[in-house]
Design a protein around this ligand. Structure first.
Ligand SMILES: [Zn+2]
Length: 298
């Protein structure tokens, strides 16, 4: 595209005349609208044009000045059309942000946060957004380090009574992750009494079989999780806290105690190499079980 160039002196003359006009009458083209054709032409004329470093700075300064004057960003409240969004997205694909740029963005965001607080405080996400966010998390694995960080960030945090109530209601009955179809209401055998349990505690040396604490209150745990099965090889002594742990990772604990009972109370099985291998495999599988993908353990 050919460009008509004025002589510098002539250009200056025109600029001065315009400025004088502006001072007297305001902007000469205020309220005028560019035709679609004119817009198109201007757009084409700018393609490939780059501002000089100084020009960039000037542009940035003028935007900042505008912001200071009116107190709001020039594009506040403006909505981007779907087409424009798509264009931006395409243009940004594969764009690499340098470490320096990242640091700058981070700094600016932190400053903004200190000044105005989080931009999404009080905002509500639509059902659709929530569904999308949820879908994006499916199958995501979180590294141990990241989990630790998340855990630390929540420590000492006090939840409001309302939030606690809500959380509690969300995890009741069939909605609780450990819901087993109401089996916890099934009764124990009448013979499963204190006297009977004392025999198991005695056999186990009055020691919790997970943490090996003695002198603490003990429960008798059903290894197979079948409450009616009171055979000694289905029973083990656990402190209350460790007994709670066996509500999770049930496959793991069942396999673990089955092995332990066989090793400790049937000596002829203790040297079975197969058992040792199996236990090693089970220990390794503990993480997998947690992910609802249990290895086959018999
Ligand atoms: Zn214990």
């Amino acid at each position: 595209m050919s460009k008509k160039q004025h002589q510098p002196a002539v250009g200056k003359k025109i600029a001065n005349a315009l400025k004088a006009y502006y001072r007297k009458n305001g902007c000469w083209n205020k309220g005028r609208k560019h035709t679609a054709q004119a817009k198109q032409n201007m757009s084409l004329g700018h393609i490939g044009l780059r501002r000089s470093k100084a020009g960039n700075k000037k542009h940035s300064e003028s935007l900042k000045a505008c912001y200071r004057r009116i107190g709001v960003s020039w594009n506040k409240g403006r909505k981007r059309s779907d087409e424009f969004k798509q264009k931006l997205s395409t243009a940004n694909q594969g764009k690499v942000i340098s470490a320096k740029q990242k640091a700058q963005i981070s700094k600016a965001q932190k400053e903004h946060y200190r000044k105005y607080g989080s931009f999404h405080t009080g905002r509500k996400r639509s059902e659709e957004t929530r569904r999308k966010m949820s879908a994006a998390q499916v199958g995501r694995t979180v590294s141990a380090a990241a989990r630790r960080k998340m855990s630390l960030s929540h420590m000492g945090k006090k939840l409001s009574e309302e939030t606690r109530q809500k959380m509690s209601l969300q995890r009741q009955g069939a909605d609780h992750p450990n819901w087993r179809g109401g089996t916890s209401n099934e009764p124990y055998n009448a013979s499963f009494n204190r006297e009977f349990k004392a025999q198991i505690w005695k056999r186990d040396g009055f020691t919790c079989q997970i943490c090996y604490k003695t002198g603490v209150a003990l429960h008798v745990h059903h290894i197979s999780y079948i409450k009616k099965d009171d055979r000694p090889e289905n029973l083990t002594s656990l402190c209350i806290s460790c007994h709670m742990k066996t509500n999770y990772n049930r496959d793991f604990w069942q396999a673990y105690f089955t092995y332990r009972i066989r090793r400790d109370y049937t000596p002829e099985a203790s040297n079975s190499r197969q058992d040792i291998v199996r236990t090693a495999r089970i220990s390794k599988g503990a993480e997998v079980i947690r992910n609802d993908n249990p290895p086959s353990v018999h």
